[in-house]
Design a protein around this ligand. Structure first.
Ligand SMILES: Cc1ncc(COP(=O)(O)O)c(C=O)c1O
Length: 392
């Protein structure tokens, strides 16, 4: 009988998927479940994008594509970066990938050796920790504090760096907190990365999801080096274009690393399906109105979710500035994050994530993804309310 590698034993996967699987099991057993556990927009992929994939399939875009991505998509992505971030990357700074998650893996695998350190925010997207741990990297966490509206404090990052730091990861707007960093903060963190000679991986997958009514502005540390030296911008189509199932993303970084990331992609996946890439071209070049409408709808839902959460006994919630997650503090209920999540799933039929799956500092919080209909949000809130009051 074969054995398992040490790395395989360390594999954790994405806990949200495991919570979703459990919720589906309960559904199959006849229980009504409302889903707030996974970051998947409830909207369909815009029609023009779907049609362009059909078109590409009908035109035989069903073979291998260049492993770094088709030229049309790279050109479109470079133009978008020029408009959104103020610089036009060279095409060899871009790599088309099967989703953003893969970018995180390629970037860490190509920049750090076993025992090297990666700095990540706590709480943060589960894959940062899971990938680093699979690769045998040492994770150094920096807490996001509620008193600081969950924004990463550059001073805390400064204290966390050492001569072993190979990468600093930031994520704004943030999963799971919805916080957005200020330009001053990301500039300071860029300077820390420069003085440490570490890569700064900026996960900007929620960049288009900043709510217009907040004064918050999106900023990317890539403005400092145009991704020529140390900033790696992680990005993808899953969230803002409602394309989670397509598995498509484009990463921008210094060519020394994107070249190696491309070889890793070529080694493990050969390339990204060409018809999916053509759909990506249409997503970037076509009408952006459906995307703006989705974000506006998410803003309305955010307002309802935050107001509703703040009315629950023992719960308080800051207003997220972007993405589609609320991260309420539930300490006033007397329950731990895990107890709260279990209770809601089993008693109220509401699936959500305990804050602790995003890191130790997530204790005392749960994550609610409000990419669900307004009706389900309202029913979900009242079911939570009922479950909390039943205990009194
Ligand atoms: C912060 C963050 N980065 C990356 C990803 C991965 O997205 P993709 O579907 O493109 O792999 C997610 C998905 O939840 C995320 O929240």
């Amino acid at each position: 009988m074969g054995g398992l590698s040490d790395a395989a034993q360390r594999l954790e996967g994405q806990k949200m998927f495991q919570i979703l699987a459990r919720a589906k099991e309960l559904e199959r057993a006849g229980k009504s479940i409302l889903h707030f556990e996974i970051g998947d927009p409830d909207f369909d992929t815009p029609r023009n994008v779907v049609n362009s994939a059909y078109d590409a399939l009908n035109h035989s875009q069903t073979h291998y594509a260049p492993s770094g991505g088709i030229l049309e998509l790279k050109v479109a992505a470079a133009e978008v970066t020029s408009r959104s971030r103020g610089f036009k990357p060279d095409l060899d700074q871009l790599l088309v990938t099967p989703g953003a998650n893969a970018q995180l893996f390629y970037a860490m695998a190509c920049s750090a050796n076993q025992g090297d350190e990666v700095i990540i925010p706590d709480p943060s997207f589960v894959s940062y920790n899971a990938i680093a741990s699979f690769l045998g990297l040492k994770v150094v966490t920096v807490p996001l504090r509620e008193e600081n509206e969950f924004r990463l404090n550059p001073e805390d990052v400064r204290k966390a760096v050492s001569d072993k730091t190979k990468m600093i990861i930031i994520n704004s707007p943030s999963n799971p907190t919805g916080s957005v960093m200020t330009p001053e903060e990301d500039e300071e963190i860029f300077n820390i990365a420069r003085s440490t000679n570490a890569y700064l991986l900026s996960d900007e997958i929620y960049a288009r999801m900043i709510y217009k009514d907040s004064k918050t502005k999106f900023s990317s540390p890539s403005r400092h080096d145009h991704c020529k030296e140390r900033v790696i911008v992680v990005n993808g189509f899953s969230k803002s274009y409602a394309m989670t199932g397509w598995r498509l993303g484009v990463v921008t970084g210094p060519k020394e690393i994107t070249k190696k990331m491309e070889l890793l992609l070529e080694t493990t996946s050969s390339c990204v399906s060409p018809f999916v890439q053509y759909a990506g071209v249409e997503a970037l070049r076509g009408d952006q109105e459906p995307i703006l409408k989705m974000v506006e709808e998410f803003r309305k839902r955010r307002d309802v979710v935050v107001r509703g959460l703040n009315e629950l006994p023992g719960v308080r919630c800051l207003e997220p500035k972007g993405a589609f997650y609320a991260f309420p503090n539930i300490t006033g209920t007397g329950l731990t994050s895990q107890q709260f999540a279990d209770k809601m799933l089993n008693e109220a039929g509401v699936a959500l994530c305990p804050g602790t799956i995003f890191g130790e500092s997530g204790e005392g919080h749960v994550r609610i993804c409000y990419a669900n209909s307004m009706e389900n949000i309202e029913i979900g809130l009242s079911r939570i309310d009922e479950a909390l009051r039943e205990r009194d």
